[in-house]
Write a protein that binds this ligand. Structure first.
Ligand code: PMV
Length: 364
């Protein structure tokens, strides 16, 4: 039986407690992939395992007020405000998402949901917001489920169902549910790993990474010319698809080992190869495209020269965009901040200082 069917059967068997109304609220962070999810099969099933650090400062705060609907309905009713304003296009996307998970969350048709979300980082600043947005939403949904069915007191079950729901909104969101670091994708290298949901890596993470910083250097906030969804789609017929899956599987295994042993050199080496690999895949897709730009390349060269000269352990990665994530431990924070502050202001719009964090926080 699929994981989805297991969840559906489980919730169908449970009695629902009646509540006239209630509210739940979660703050959930974004994450930065160390080994990238790039390419999917079917319903957000990844072609390869991925790993990420959970961030702290870049997060979404979502509150859901739910009110019982008298009568019988076949689809959810929601209103959605983002940063205080009604956003019809977001509301539409969210309604489609909620309709797609109605069988997993049957209470969605019994309650009207008023959803409000706020991001801690500027919207459109070039930071992927879907991971924090869908993880915060999924956390709220499983909290409502727990209030109505009292069925998720087991933390592992709570986390895996939440991660499952978040994945269906945006693949990478499934990794934001866990403190510090997470792995998503079934693999013989990690017991308990699954394509259906992510699992946390805190238990195996070396202390060297607990104070890892991520300075996000925004070189452009322009809307991406090619969306991540389209990028994933282009992987299906990509000439390097098989090799990419092999490469990412090997990178994930080696990255896991670097995370366990605290080997920063190995960590940095895989991190940078991964970043360049996914942009290489974009360039060699058909049609090929660039999401990085000249400034990205100049900054990478400059970072590598700084590292070569100073031997400071500082490394970059990239998301699906031109902005750099600069990763370094606290012990070298002052040297790296000085380097960052001296970057050519013509090339940098903004720097957001983030770091590895404790994961989502329940506010109500
Ligand atoms: O979750 P999506 O569909 O937005 O895809 C995310 C893809 C990357 O951010 C480039 C990599 C990743 O694993 O987060």
């Amino acid at each position: 039986m699929s994981q989805r069917d297991t969840y559906i059967q489980r919730i169908r068997r449970l009695p629902i407690t009646h509540m006239d109304q209630g509210e739940v609220r979660w703050q959930s962070p974004s994450n930065i992939a160390l080994v990238k999810y790039w390419g999917k099969l079917g319903d957000q099933i990844p072609m390869n395992p991925s790993l990420s650090f959970t961030l702290q400062q870049c997060h979404t705060d979502t509150i859901i007020r739910f009110t019982h609907r008298a009568g019988v309905y076949t689809s959810p009713e929601i209103s959605f405000r983002f940063e205080g304003s009604l956003r019809p296009s977001f509301e539409k996307r969210m309604t489609t998402y909620l309709q797609s998970i109605q069988d997993l969350c049957p209470f969605l048709t019994h309650y009207k949901l008023e959803i409000e979300s706020v991001n801690s980082f500027p919207f459109g600043a070039g930071i992927a917001s879907s991971a924090s947005a869908y993880s915060a939403l999924a956390l709220c949904l499983t909290s409502i489920e727990d209030l109505l069915y009292q069925d998720l007191e087991d933390d592992d079950l709570y986390r895996s169902k939440t991660s499952f729901l978040a994945r269906l909104g945006s693949g990478s969101a499934c990794r934001s549910i866990y403190a510090e670091a997470a792995w998503w994708g079934s693999s013989e290298d990690l017991a308990g790993s699954s394509d259906d949901y992510a699992i946390g890596l805190s238990d195996v993470l070396h202390d060297a990474y607990l104070d890892m910083h991520d300075a996000i250097v925004i070189v452009s906030s322009d809307e991406k010319s090619v969306s991540s969804s389209r990028g994933h789609e282009l992987m299906s017929a990509h000439p390097y698809r098989e090799n990419r899956v092999r490469q990412a599987t090997t990178h994930a295994r080696h990255m896991l080992s670097a995370l366990q042993t605290g080997d920063l050199d190995a960590f940095g080496s895989i991190l940078e190869r991964e970043a360049l690999a996914i942009h290489g895949l974009m360039i060699s897709s058909y049609p090929g495209y660039f999401l990085l730009n000249g400034q990205t390349i100049t900054l990478i060269d400059s970072l590598r020269a700084f590292r070569e000269d100073t031997k400071v352990p500082v490394y970059f990665t990239l998301d699906a965009g031109p902005n750099l994530h600069i990763l370094y431990p606290s012990s070298v924070a002052s040297e790296v901040s000085e380097w960052l502050e001296n970057l050519d202001p013509q090339m940098v719009d903004e720097i957001i200082y983030d770091r590895v964090g404790p994961g989502p926080i329940q506010l109500i």
